[in-house]
Design a protein around this ligand. Structure first.
Ligand code: UN1
Length: 457
C-alpha cells in the first residue's frame, strides 16, 4: 500500500480516537447497541457473504453473525462496567484507586475462517473502551469486512471512520506492526504469522494480543456417553472443514472402548454430507484454497509413507466444482507421529488409544500449542483431574463438549504457541485500555509509603 495513503488513514484514526474517547463510555455503548441492531437486521445478508466468500455452511455463517451480535450485547453492558478497583491505602487520608483509559488506535489483523466474529470480539470491546480501530482482514475475506463496515456506517454518523479497513497481505500487516501510533496490535492467525509479527511490535514495545494456532485434543474415557461424544467429535473435527483454530485434531480413546469408538467414528465420518455450503443439507464445505488442500495432502502422504492407517482424506468432485472438497480423514496411530505435533488446517483427526488417564492428559499437553481441549467422561474424578492444575494446559478446557464452538462470555485464547492472549468475554476488555494507579492525598500531612522518613527541615 502507498505510504501516503496509509499515513492518511492512521492520522484520521488518531483524530477520531481523540473525539471518541471524550464521549462517556455508556454513550459509546449506545453506538454498539445500534450496531448490534444493524447486524440483526442484516443477518441474512451478512451470513450469505460469509458463505459466498469464506465458504462456510449456512448454519455456521448465521452462527458467526450471531457471535458478532452477542459481542455487541456483551459490550453494551460492559460500557457501564469498566470498573477500576479502589484499594485501602496504607496512609491516612489517602485514596488509592485504579482508573482505566483508552489506548488510542488499535490494529486488528484477522483470519479468513472467522471473518466477522473475531473482528467483533476486538472492535466491540475496543470501541466501548474508547479506541478507534484499523482492520486488516485476510485477503480471503475482504467482502466480509466490507459488509461489517457497511453495517457500522449505517448508524455511526460522524464516527464512521472509527473502523477503517486496510486490505492487503503481509506487507500491510508489517506496516501496522511497525507503527508506533498503533498502541495495540491484536492478531489472529497461524503461529508462524505470530512469530513473524510479534517481534516487530515488541521491538517498539507496543502492546500485543495474540490468538494463534491450536492443536486441540479430546480424551474419551470409558464412562463417556458415546452418542454425545461422537456428535461432539464430528462437529469439532469436521465442522468448518477443520478450519477453526479450535478444531479437534487429536483424539485419545481409552483402550476398552477404542474399537467401538473408531467404528462409530468411521461410520459417522462416512455419513457426513459434503457439498456446496449454500445448500441446506451440506455439513462440510470446501477448503479455502489450493494451498490448504496441498498441505492436507502432504501431511496424509507423509503418514501413508510410514504405513500409518489413513481413512478418507481424498478430494471429492462435487457438482464439477473446481473448489477443494475433501473427505475428512481419520488417522489411526499406534505411536505419536511427528505430523500430529503441528497444526494442519484441514479436517484430519488422529486417533490413539490410552490406558491411564494421566497418560492421556500428558499426550494431550505434549504439543507446543495450548488453545482448546476436551474430556468426555461421566466420572467426576477424571473430569476434575482434567480441569485441575495437573490437567489440561490449554486456555479452554471442556467437559462433555467438543473443543470448538466457545461462547463469547468467557475469555478466549490459549497458552504456549497459541500466543497467550485472551479475547472476547470475561475481563478481556482490559487489553484495550491502559491502567492508571492514582493515589490522592486529601490530608494536610505528607506521610511516605513504607514508613520512610524524609524531613526536609
Ligand atoms: C477461530 O477459529 O479463530 O470457539 C475462532 C470457536 C469459535 C471461535 C473460533 N467461537 O470455535
Amino acid at each position: 500500500m502507498d505510504k501516503k495513503q496509509y499515513n492518511k488513514i492512521i492520522i484520521r484514526s488518531q483524530d477520531i480516537a481523540e473525539k471518541w474517547k471524550k464521549i462517556p463510555a455508556p454513550q459509546r455503548g449506545e453506538f454498539i447497541r445500534q450496531f448490534g441492531e444493524q447486524l440483526r437486521l442484516q443477518k441474512e445478508l451478512l451470513a450469505k457473504t460469509i458463505t459466498k466468500e469464506a465458504r462456510k455452511i449456512k448454519t455456521e455463517s448465521f452462527g458467526e453473525v450471531q457471535e458478532a451480535i452477542d459481542m455487541c450485547d456483551f459490550a453494551v453492558g460492559l460500557s457501564r462496567q469498566l470498573y477500576g478497583l479502589t484499594m485501602p491505602s496504607e496512609r491516612p487520608n489517602h485514596r488509592l484507586q485504579e482508573l482505566w483509559h483508552p489506548l488510542g488506535v488499535v490494529g486488528c489483523i484477522t483470519a479468513f475462517n472467522f471473518p466477522m466474529a473475531v473482528f467483533a470480539w476486538n472492535f466491540c470491546l475496543s470501541a466501548v473502551c474508547g479506541n478507534s480501530i484499523i482492520w486488516k482482514p485476510s485477503p480471503h475475506s475482504n467482502e466480509c469486512a466490507k459488509g461489517i463496515k457497511k453495517a457500522w456506517d449505517e448508524i455511526s454518523g460522524e464516527f464512521s471512520d472509527l473502523i477503517q479497513i486496510i486490505e492487503g497481505g503481509n506487507e500491510e500487516a508489517v506496516l501496522i506492526c511497525e507503527d508506533k501510533r498503533i498502541s495495540l496490535v491484536s492478531a489472529t492467525g497461524s503461529t508462524q504469522m505470530g512469530k513473524e509479527l510479534a517481534p516487530i511490535v515488541s521491538a517498539r514495545l507496543g502492546k500485543l494480543l495474540l490468538e494463534l494456532g491450536g492443536n486441540n485434543a479430546a480424551i474419551v474415557c470409558p464412562s463417556a456417553d458415546l452418542d454425545l461424544t461422537i456428535k461432539g467429535i464430528a462437529f469439532s473435527a469436521c465442522g468448518t472443514t477443520g478450519q477453526r483454530c479450535t478444531s479437534l485434531r487429536r483424539l485419545f480413546v481409552h483402550k476398552d472402548i477404542y474399537d467401538d469408538c473408531v467404528e462409530r467414528l468411521e461410520k459417522c465420518f462416512e455419513e457426513l454430507v459434503i457439498g456446496c455450503p449454500s445448500k441446506d443439507s451440506s455439513q462440510i464445505g470446501p477448503l479455502i484454497s489450493e494451498d490448504s488442500f496441498n498441505s492436507m495432502q502432504k501431511t496424509l502422504e507423509s503418514l501413508r509413507a510410514k504405513n500409518v492407517s489413513v481413512i478418507g482424506g481424498e478430494r471429492l468432485d462435487i457438482e464439477d466444482s473446481d473448489e477443494y472438497y475433501v473427505k475428512p480423514a481419520l488417522v489411526l496411530v499406534k505411536e505419536i507421529e511427528d505430523e500430529m505435533l503441528s497444526e494442519t488446517f484441514a479436517p484430519i483427526l488422529y486417533v490413539k488409544s490410552y490406558e491411564k488417564i494421566e497418560d492421556a492428559i500428558r499426550m494431550q499437553n505434549d504439543v507446543s500449542q495450548g488453545l482448546s481441549s476436551s474430556i468426555f467422561t461421566n466420572d467426576m474424578r477424571e473430569s476434575e483431574l482434567f480441569l485441575s492444575e495437573s490437567g489440561s494446559d490449554c486456555g479452554i478446557a471442556n467437559v462433555n463438549i467438543g473443543t470448538s464452538g466457545a461462547e463469547i462470555g468467557g475469555a478466549f485464547g490459549g497458552e504456549k504457541d497459541t500466543g497467550g492472549g485472551r479475547e472476547s468475554g470475561s475481563d478481556a476488555w482490559k487489553n484495550y485500555m491502559r491502567r492508571v494507579t492514582a493515589t490522592v492525598n486529601y490530608g494536610e500531612d505528607l506521610p511516605l509509603a513504607q514508613g520512610v522518613e524524609f524531613d526536609e527541615s
